[in-house]
Structures are given as C-alpha cells and as structure tokens.
Design a protein around this ligand. Structure first.
Ligand SMILES: [Zn+2]
Length: 127
C-alpha cells in the first residue's frame, strides 16, 4: 500500500515510476464509475471494474495519522498515512517536519529523488 510496496519497477509499476520521474503522482481512475483508487489497485474499490486508467493526482493531501521517529544523528523521520484530495490513502514520508503533524494537516506533494533507486512520493506541510 505504500511506496515501499511498489518500490521495484515492473510492468505494473513502470508507468507510476515514469510519472514520478516526470514530477507527477499517478493514481488509478475507474472508467466505469469515476472512483479514484490507489496506484497499486487491480480493480476499482467502489464497483470492482478492472477498467482503470492512470490519472495525475492534484498533489494535495491531508494527514490521517503520522508518527515521528528520532534518528541516531539527531534528525527526525516523519511518516504519515495521508489521504489524497482524490480519496486514496498512501503511506509516505513528510519532509521538513520536526514532529508528526496533526490529523487533517494540509500537505503538498514533493518527489524525493534518491541517488539510487526510483523516485519516492513524499509530502511537505502546507504553511
Ligand atoms: Zn468503479
């Protein structure tokens, strides 16, 4: 359900990673009912149609829940379960946050580009 579960590029995730490389977070939209689904959905979670297409998410979200973990070097890692404006939930890092943001905090997409491996969707707290 997270970036971790689709961290490896394969035929199912290639379009998603290509979107991230181009600066877009792609999600699945159902052709039958218009419902938005998680990137790894195989069928619509509302009507079970398998006719899903990639669409670009707005990049705005709200915190459902978040946790902060102190690191050994004094840095803090924040992970959040976020609800995209379109509805799907993702687990993603929140960058630049000193502590876990409160539920309902508004977030904006940013894309992390590690030196190695695929890009990762993350969020920053909207001021
Ligand atoms: Zn549907």
């Amino acid at each position: 359900m997270t970036a971790d579960t689709i961290a490896r590029r394969d035929t199912a995730s290639a379009a998603w990673f290509d979107g991230l490389r181009a600066g877009s977070l792609l999600i699945r939209r159902c052709d039958a009912c218009g419902h938005h689904c998680r990137p790894d959905a195989k069928a619509c979670t509302a009507c079970e149609s398998r006719s899903l297409r990639w669409v670009e998410a707005l990049g705005t979200a709200r915190v459902v829940a978040a946790v902060s973990t102190p690191g050994r070097t004094g840095s803090t890692t924040v992970q959040a379960l976020v609800e995209l404006t379109e509805g799907p939930w993702l687990l993603a890092p929140v960058v630049g946050a000193a502590s876990a943001p409160r539920p309902r905090t508004a977030l904006l997409l940013t894309i992390l580009r590690p030196d190695q491996g695929e890009p990762i969707p993350a969020f920053t707290v909207l001021a």
